[in-house]
Design a protein around this ligand. Structure first.
Ligand code: MTE
Ligand code: CO
Length: 416
């Protein structure tokens, strides 16, 4: 063996020994999965045309969106949740990205698609889908979080799983045209200070967005993760409003009206405000503050092994910028360690973090705390309630706690 190989081999052996502490050594009884020819090697597999559009293998059929039945009266004006406890990396596959509709997901064909820009513009315009495809395109990864994410947790720990406490979020790579380009094409007038955007569905989901944001980074998107938007995410065209609450991300986008003041739609005045302890309301809280959650271990993703090497992982995001640091506590916030970010944080996109520990098998109160490039630090639930009271639904970005037991099972709890 050459000298070059020696250090490598030692390193591999050392690594192997460390892992062996937490897994089966192969000194004992022969493992038939290694020693015997299994069925899948005795016959041929599926041909290439078996699934023209591939789906996950059946063994993964529990990695699905789920809803909480008692939350809404029906499934039309409802919401379901991304299975974040079972995903890794940062990109959410469209097929399991949460859905939120006020009047159901509609089917709108590209050839029937029209986008109108009217109001305070020199040339009111109507774009077809093909028209939009002729504008210069951009690609960006952004998270979309419903303002109600974690909303059921204001009064105390309630839902047992990261999917349900934090799953009103997805993070995708969008392809689209900057809204700025379309507004310029229509001849935006200087008196135009707001846009009112609405969708083609029955609810319309009309929202007002200040012009500063509209001209900054808002995208008129038609692809997500490289392929056409799914019906439930607004096919064929939706609005992307980076870092801002999900309700402004209008799906099935049909009209943009330039106005000199916000249009107070019924939806906007009655919902998406935060009721404070003294009864006053916070409104226009569009930006989603920095937040994080440990996705595994978590109630739906218990530890499946004994003491030894344990990968703790989770997601962090901020509507104000990029995630710069995530700390993890094993003891309910008494001590913190800085986790490893899988990649440098990107603006208004999810970050994946890992903390690789040697678990001693004792119970843990797991928490994560996100920080962004504005210096903002994710608050504890107690700190958040001091300012916001208990009457809110929206914008709960408090630190989540999972109590992980010696058995590896985890539970949604709160520490005071
Ligand atoms: N756009 C239309 N046209 N109709 C809707 O009901 N729901 C909004 C927003 N855009 C909605 C809409 C809300 S509240 C959220 S959180 C996001 O879409 C959810 O986007 P998703 O279903 O792609 O996850
Ligand atoms: Co929403």
């Amino acid at each position: 063996m050459s000298d070059l190989h020696k250090p490598n081999r030692r390193a591999v052996l050392a690594g192997g020994a460390a892992i062996a502490a937490g897994s089966a050594a192969y000194a004992g009884a022969p493992d038939p999965l290694i020693t015997e020819t299994r069925d899948w090697a005795k016959s041929l597999g599926d041909g290439v045309d078996a699934t023209p559009y591939g789906l996950p293998i059946r063994f993964e059929d529990d990695v699905i969106r789920r809803n909480v039945e008692w939350l809404t009266a029906d499934t039309i004006s409802s919401i379901n949740f991304t299975p974040i406890h079972a995903l890794d990396g940062t990109i959410t596959p469209q097929g399991c990205a949460f859905e939120r509709h006020h009047s159901g997901a509609i089917e709108l064909a590209k050839q029937d698609y029209r986008l109108m820009i009217n109001g305070m513009v020199d040339r009111p315009l109507i774009f077809t889908y093909a028209d939009l495809e002729r504008f210069p395109r951009e690609n960006h990864v952004y998270f979309c979080e419903c303002a109600a994410n974690s909303g059921m947790e204001w009064a105390g720990a309630q839902l047992n799983g990261a999917q349900f406490t934090h799953g009103m979020i997805h993070n995708m790579e969008y392809t689209g045209v900057p809204l700025r380009s379309l507004l310029e094409e229509a001849g935006l007038q200087t008196a135009g200070k707001w846009i009112f955007v609405e969708g083609a569905d029955a609810s319309g989901n009309g929202r007002s967005i200040p012009m500063e944001k509209a001209l900054d980074d808002v995208l008129v998107a038609f692809k997500a993760n490289g392929e056409a938007l799914r019906k439930e995410h607004g096919y064929p065209v939706r609005l992307i409003v980076p870092g801002w609450e999900g309700n402004m991300w209008v799906k099935w986008l049909r009209r943009i009206e330039v106005t000199d003041q916000p249009v107070e739609s019924r939806e906007e005045t009655s919902k998406y405000t935060d009721t404070l302890a003294d009864g006053r309301s916070r409104k226009w809280t569009w930006v989603m503050d920095a937040k994080s959650v440990i996705t595994a271990p978590s109630p739906q993703s218990p530890i499946a092994h004994g003491p030894g090497p344990l990968v703790i992982t989770g997601l962090a995001w901020s509507g104000r910028g990029a995630i710069t640091r995530v700390d993890v506590s094993l003891d309910g916030g008494a001590n913190w360690q800085t986790a490893r970010l899988a990649q440098p944080g990107r603006k208004m996109a999810m970050s994946r973090f890992y903390l690789d520990i040697d678990w001693d098998g004792s119970d843990m109160l797991l928490q994560a705390r996100a920080m962004d490039d504005t210096g903002y630090v994710q608050p504890t639930k107690t700190q958040l309630r001091e300012v916001r009271g208990l009457n809110s639904i929206y914008h709960n970005n408090g630190i989540q706690t999972w109590w992980v037991r010696e058995t590896g099972e985890a539970e949604n709890v709160e520490v005071s």
